[in-house]
Design a protein around this ligand. Structure first.
Ligand SMILES: Nc1ncnc2c1ncn2[C@@H]1O[C@H](COP(=O)(O)OP(=O)(O)OP(=O)(O)O)[C@@H](O)[C@H]1O
Length: 209
């Protein structure tokens, strides 16, 4: 991965009407670092990830991203640097896993060779099903496919919202291993999780009340 990234949140707050989700959130995270965001259901973990991704506006505070230490990443450019895994991401059910990855990488302006797409599907344990329609995938297979897409896109910042949801024990271990490998190759990772075990292996933690 050529790009390094730095994420800087300063005094970020989010309100929905009169409801305060969180305030005074400040984060500084660099390539190779791993932050876990914990908190009870409804505390705003997904919302915070969406704010970092530029999909939701903060009520106060700023989110800044820097590439290679000195180039500020503009809002319109952010999607090239960020890979978001979330329950809201859906695939085209009438396409195969392979076709979905090919379509989505092309939409991101990338031309990933077919062997590389298959290699991502193999890493995530879906190679033997890559010609199946996604309509016939289980929920755990959908979750694995999101990681195959992330591996194909190789963004320098991963935003993972409940990355282990719907995964069996082997799937959870696979994701834990992928996260460690990504950190070792200088990916920055911010993960929202309710699972204490998952949060434990992050170097940095913030908890939303
Ligand atoms: N667009 C919106 N308008 C109003 N309220 C919203 C909106 N989006 C989210 N909320 C509310 O914000 C709160 C936080 O939601 P969010 O999904 O960020 O929490 P979470 O910590 O990720 O929860 P969970 O652990 O259940 O996934 C919830 O009460 C939710 O209903």
């Amino acid at each position: 991965m050529e790009q390094t990234i730095q994420v800087e949140l300063t005094d970020v707050a989010k309100y929905y009407g009169m409801r305060r989700l969180f305030e005074h959130i400040s984060i500084n995270l660099k390539s190779g670092e791993h932050l876990a965001v914990t908190g009870p259901n409804g505390s705003g973990k997904s919302t915070l990830l969406k704010i970092i991704a530029g999909l939701v506006r903060p009520s106060a505070g700023t989110v800044q991203l820097w590439a290679n230490s000195n180039r500020k990443i503009g809002q319109s450019d952010r999607s090239r640097f960020i890979g978001l895994i979330s329950p809201e991401i859906v695939f085209y059910s009438s396409l195969t896993a392979y076709e979905n990855i090919r379509l989505m990488t092309r939409a991101a302006g990338m031309n990933v060779p077919p062997e590389d797409i298959k290699s991502c599907l193999q890493t995530i344990g879906l190679l033997d099903r890559f010609h199946d329609l996604v309509a016939n995938y289980s929920t755990g297979m959908h979750q694995r496919l999101k990681f195959a897409l992330l591996l194909a896109l190789q963004p320098p910042l991963w935003l993972l919202d409940e990355p282990s949801s719907n995964l069996d024990a082997a799937g959870k271990q696979l994701i834990a291993d992928l996260i460690q490998q990504a950190l070792a190759s200088q990916t920055a990772i911010i993960m929202a999780t309710n699972e204490a075990e998952e949060a434990n292996y992050a170097q940095k933690k913030i908890s939303l009340a």
